[in-house]
Write a protein that binds this ligand. Structure first.
Ligand code: GTQ
Ligand code: FE2
Length: 338
């Protein structure tokens, strides 16, 4: 290779902590986004035995959270599921309490096998019945307790990687011994559970949803009634009841129903998505990958990759969490149907 004419200049610039744009603009401004990760799947049948082992081998009183985070090798040693997001399963044995804490990252939990567990969010008791979504918005205190007789396991997702990339994570530990934290009722949550109604005189001045719990039964009813969307699936979007926007400024959640034998149209979106299989089984083609999934499996749809989904043997329901509002807020969102 011949030495480029400006090689001496480039070397001198670099030594002066100045980079020329002209020899590296393709790296700095690529012609299209390129997700670092391919689609990945974690199967419930592989996760469950680890949940049992973690429950047996790790005392909840010794750890912050007994959570198993699903990590994509494309991110090396980083604890990351897909760009900006982590997904995990958290395990509690009967009587276990996960210590209260709060942080600037936004998180959600979706109840898979959590009957008997309760999440307390800012003084509100939120039950975790099958299919319930519970929000833990930025800086809201939260702790979990298993009041039932069986092991509970639920799905979590959070935008911890995004918040860390922005060097914006603050974390405040709570105390284990504080009984007052656990001895609460529904609190103000009941003011926000009546769909289409708002209690006058009761304010809410945060940018996230005033409602923390979205019951699974309501989601399933809406999916029954909803029309099929342009992409071929039914979608029920979880919204902030005050403005119809996403539940939190940096996380979006929706439930999707795929009809048996009716594959969705290919779609690519400039956001990172994590899909939890609520019920049914099926197959997704995501870029070059084909993933076959069934109940409680988790798979990713990385940003800007064509994806189509198909239910096999009956309808299938997916819960999807994404960083879409972040992309929208930065005027970066793109969504295409093939
Ligand atoms: O339940 O508070 O999986 O803070 C990761 C971080 C769960 C939680 C996770 C968390 C939590
Ligand atoms: Fe947390």
């Amino acid at each position: 290779m011949t030495r480029r004419a400006d090689a001496d200049l480039i070397a001198a610039l670099e030594a002066a902590r100045i980079h020329p744009l002209w020899d590296r603009y393709k790296k700095i401004t690529p012609v299209h986004p390129d997700a670092p990760d391919k689609a990945a799947i974690w199967r419930w049948r592989e996760i469950e035995p680890f949940a049992a082992r973690a429950a047996a081998e790790v005392g909840v009183e010794d750890v912050e959270r007994r959570a198993l985070i699903l990590c994509h090798p494309a991110f090396g040693a980083e604890t990351v599921t897909t760009t900006n997001l982590i997904a995990a399963f958290t395990v509690l044995e009967p009587g276990d309490r996960a210590v209260p804490h709060r942080h600037t990252a936004s998180a959600i939990r979706f109840a898979t096998r959590a009957e008997g567990a309760v999440t307390i969010v800012n003084g509100r008791r939120c039950a975790m019945l099958d299919g319930d979504l519970v929000l833990t918005p930025p800086m809201c205190w939260h702790g979990h307790i298993n009041e039932g007789a069986e092991r509970t396991i639920w799905f979590d997702a959070a935008n911890i990687p995004l918040v860390n990339a922005l060097h914006a994570n603050f974390f405040e530990p709570g105390s284990r011994g504080e009984n007052a934290f656990w001895e609460v009722g529904e609190g103000d949550e009941r003011l926000w559970q009546e769909t289409g109604l708002r209690a006058e005189g009761h304010g809410h001045d945060a940018s996230h949803s005033p409602r923390y719990r979205y019951p699974g039964a309501a989601t399933r009813r809406l999916l029954d009634a909803a029309p099929v969307g342009e992409d071929g699936a039914k979608t029920a979007r979880y919204v902030n009841p005050l403005d119809g926007g996403p539940v939190m400024p940096s996380l979006d959640c929706c439930a999707r129903r795929l009809a048996a034998g009716e594959p969705t149209r290919p779609r690519r979106s400039l956001c990172s998505q994590i899909c939890l299989v609520m019920s049914g089984s099926g197959r997704s083609e995501i870029g070059e990958e084909t993933v076959e999934w069934s109940r409680h499996d988790v798979f990713t749809v990385p940003q800007w990759i064509w994806a189509r989904h198909e239910a096999l043997d009956g309808d299938a329901d997916l819960f999807v969490v994404s960083d879409r509002p972040v992309r929208e807020g930065l005027d970066l969102m793109r969504d295409e149907l093939g």
